[in-house]
Write a protein that binds this ligand. Structure first.
Ligand SMILES: Cc1cc2nc3c(=O)[nH]c(=O)nc-3n(C[C@H](O)[C@H](O)[C@H](O)COP(=O)(O)OP(=O)(O)OC[C@H]3O[C@@H](n4cnc5c(N)ncnc54)[C@H](O)[C@@H]3O)c2cc1C
Length: 320
């Protein structure tokens, strides 16, 4: 099996993720989206805004225009979880055709932990050294013994497609794995999450490095709207509507009016005299003196006008 190539990211003790090739990047997302939204101008800042808009509104197909092909080597039990992501194109090393190689995953002692009582799919706590030594001894014993048997049966001419079944799932396998950005982000969202098993997380994090480089705006938007974004159920919204005092919502709406004004001014400079009326037009209710004080503080954040207006609509919906 393949040694760790120079341009690969090493994963676990003997595995790796190597980006073989890509098609497109942020530009391909924008190019595809402009087919549906019309051409317009395309400054870098507008490209970023468009990508953020698409991500926010889950208009996902433009993200499918970007493709990633990886060469990966991982233990079979990791591949077993990985293969559940059905949208990828995969070609795997064949143990029917080729001989198995004596390459097994042995966990680092710090990753040998107890079964978590809280999270039935997790591990927890420090294991005493005598126990980690025993775990590693058993991993090695079963791996070496099964491989000796495999080799003996292979040399006796038995069919490889059958005798491979005596090898354990910590045996390394490798594959070419191709997917588009939309589905790759979905994979990374699930498998780089803290609930995912450590051994697959390592591979997902390695692929995330490629995404950050190839499509940085899409990566940023995915973090902002999907990974760190919150969605409320109908029941949760109803609780917020009932419990959130109107004065709190009004305070936030006030901040939003300032932010929209500052963003509009940042996008297209206004005369000083036009700023207060512009702020009032956005629903701002401070007096002109208070407005001038706050404006001069330099503390108003610039945002995205469309996003801020959408936020304003949501806030108003929460008011009784
Ligand atoms: C922390 C964690 C724990 C898990 N635990 C278990 C477990 O205990 N047991 C278990 O069996 N699995 C488990 N899984 C696997 C999980 O149930 C999913 O199979 C896996 O994450 C792939 O997700 P997906 O279907 O969204 O991805 P993909 O297969 O990549 O699909 C991407 C999206 O395409 C669409 N899609 C793809 N194929 C179809 C289809 N045939 N029909 C409709 N829509 C489709 C769906 O919208 C889907 O979200 C776990 C996964 C995670 C991350």
């Amino acid at each position: 099996m393949t040694e760790i190539p120079k341009d690969a990211i090493k994963c676990l003790d003997k595995g790796f993720v190597r980006l073989v090739e890509t098609m497109g990047g942020d530009d391909a997302i924008v190019q595809a989206a402009r087919v549906s939204y019309g051409k317009g101008t395309s400054k870098v800042s507008q490209d970023r805004g468009l990508i953020r808009y698409l991500m926010r509104h889950r208009h996902t197909t433009p993200f499918e225009m970007v493709e990633f092909k990886f060469h990966c080597k991982m233990p079979i039990f990791v591949a077993r979880q990985w293969v559940r992501h059905r949208t990828a194109n995969i070609n795997e090393y064949s143990l029917r055709y080729s001989e198995a190689r004596d390459e097994f995953y042995y966990p680092e002692p710090k990753h040998i932990q107890f079964q978590s009582a809280l999270n039935k799919q997790g591990r927890l706590g420090n294991v005493p050294k005598r126990l980690t030594d025993k775990v590693l001894k058993y991993f090695k014993e079963i791996s070496e013994r099964s491989f000796d048997m495999y080799r003996e049966l292979n040399e006796a001419g038995l069919a490889r497609e059958l005798i491979r079944a005596i090898l354990p799932v910590n045996l390394y396998t490798e594959w070419y794995w191709k997917n588009d950005l939309h589905n790759l982000l979905h994979f990374i969202g699930l498998r780089s999450d803290s609930h995912a098993q450590y051994e697959i997380r390592v591979y997902s994090d390695a692929m995330a490095e490629a995404v950050k480089k190839v499509a940085p705006f899409a990566w940023e938007a995915y973090q902002d709207y999907v990974v760190s974004g919150l969605r409320f159920s109908r029941i949760e919204q109803s609780l917020l509507e009932q419990r959130l005092p109107d004065r709190v919502i009004d305070d936030i709406l006030e901040d939003v009016a300032y932010q929209i004004t500052a963003t509009l001014h940042n996008n297209k400079r206004r005369e000083d005299a036009d700023l207060f009326p512009l702020y009032q037009k956005q629903g701002g209710s401070d007096s002109e003196d208070d407005f001038k004080l706050k404006w001069a503080s330099g503390e108003i954040e610039i945002g995205n006008v469309r996003e801020l207006r959408e936020f304003k609509t949501k806030l108003k919906q929460l008011k009784k």
